[in-house]
Design a protein around this ligand. Structure first.
Ligand SMILES: NC(=O)c1ccc[n+]([C@@H]2O[C@H](COP(=O)([O-])OP(=O)(O)OC[C@H]3O[C@@H](n4cnc5c(N)ncnc54)[C@H](O)[C@@H]3O)[C@@H](O)[C@H]2O)c1
Ligand SMILES: O[C@H]1[C@H](O)[C@@H](O)[C@H](O)[C@@H](O)[C@H]1O
Length: 336
């Protein structure tokens, strides 16, 4: 079966996912596109999806009988409405992070999917599919003993002018919020945020960098440095300290060079390149499940927990270092 996929939001990642579905992966085809900026959908049609129909609204695309499954890759604040419409139509839906920009929005999606009675949603937490994180998880699960601490860093070389302090949580650190919970098989109970001296590239609405300290139910303490104007490159670090040893996330492959009287190797600068292989794996997983009329991988529940945790972290940004509690509701059986 070829899964007929419609893409809502054809900007940077929507275009890239459409390309990989039509030109890299198997079992699916892009048949529909929609974007509030129609020119963007037209350009993606011209470049990577010549057979796709263009729809005026995301809702019309979801309702089309020619669309079997949906990719939601529009701006974060618009995800909830489209995911709810896809669930109402009973169609598998891949939603880029964040699933919803508020915990209430995440709950509405979980409630709708539970009422539907079958998983339909996969959230785009692609790091769970990254070979480095998968290998790290194997070691954490079996070799270094129970995790005690995690030291992580998420550094972007620069962010656009409209990027403001809370986005460091719900746009950027949301990846660590999900992947570290998965890596440790644990849940968070509190969050604290510490701000060092603001870097010179901060501005009135962006205080950068920041350190988020999460405590888990099993007592692991995690520190995540988020530095979105670090200037030197796109750099993701993760070190797990266990009872018996320490495990590090491997850096991406780079050729070590001796050049100009220096030892050096390249550091990536664009997030698109850092996890490029994992996007292929996550979407292939989505296609396989969609062909069976369902979804697997990171779930609405994971997206909802990430939204609850981000809300707590954003509150903690204004709490002058005090801990903000993270209280999770009971997990519905659908997600066990
Ligand atoms: N998993 C990842 O690593 C990753 C990476 C980048 C972006 N993202 C997420 O993907 C989403 C899109 O990010 P991007 O970088 O592609 O942004 P973008 O601005 O390049 O593209 C978003 C597109 O959505 C369109 N759009 C906005 N509102 C819409 C609506 N209501 N209906 C239809 N189209 C609409 C815009 O016109 C734009 O073309 C964001 O939620 C972002 O957080 C995830
Ligand atoms: O949308 C992007 C993307 O999710 C990247 O992985 C992250 O590093 C950026 O901070 C964020 O803006």
């Amino acid at each position: 079966m070829t899964v007929r996929i419609g893409v809502i939001g054809t900007g940077a990642i929507g275009r890239d996912h459409a390309r990989r579905i039509n030109h890299v992966l198997g079992g699916a085809k892009i048949v529909a596109l929609s974007d509030v900026n129609r020119a963007s959908a037209e350009a993606v049609k011209a470049d990577v999806a010549p057979d796709a129909a263009i729809f005026e609204t995301g809702e019309a695309l979801i309702a089309s009988p020619d669309v079997d499954a949906v990719l939601v890759t529009s701006w974060g604040a618009t995800h909830e409405q489209y995911v709810l419409a896809a669930i109402a139509a009973g169609k598998p839906c891949f939603c880029e992070k964040p699933l919803a920009t508020t915990a209430d929005g995440g709950k509405r999606i979980v409630d709708a999917e539970v009422a539907h009675g079958k998983r339909l949603v996969q959230v785009g937490f692609m790091r769970r599919y990254d070979a480095g994180y998968v290998a790290l998880k194997k070691v954490v699960d079996s070799q270094i003993g129970a995790p005690i601490m995690v030291h992580a860093a998420h550094r972007n070389p620069a962010v656009p002018e409209q990027y403001v302090t809370p986005m460091a949580i719900h746009d950027t650190m949301i990846h660590e919020i999900d992947v570290l919970r998965w890596l440790l098989d644990d849940d968070y109970v509190s969050a604290r945020v510490l701000f060092p001296r603001a870097s010179a590239r901060s501005h009135a609405k962006l205080r950068d960098p920041q350190i988020v300290i999460l405590e888990t139910a099993k007592g692991t303490i995690i520190d995540v440095e988020i530095f979105v104007n670090c200037h030197y490159g796109y750099d993701i670090q993760c070190q797990v300290v266990g009872e018996d040893g320490i495990a590090n996330l491997p850096d991406p492959m780079a050729i070590p060079m001796r050049l100009g009287a220096r030892q050096q190797s390249e550091i990536l600068t664009d997030w698109k390149d850092r996890f490029i292989a994992s996007y292929d794996v996550e979407l292939q997983d989505f296609i396989h499940a969609a062909a069976r009329g369902t979804a697997s991988g990171p779930s609405s529940w994971d997206g909802y927990v990430a939204a609850i945790t981000s809300d707590a972290c954003v509150s903690a940004q204004d709490a002058e270092g005090a801990a903000v509690a993270i209280n999770l509701p009971a997990r519905p059986a659908l997600y066990n």
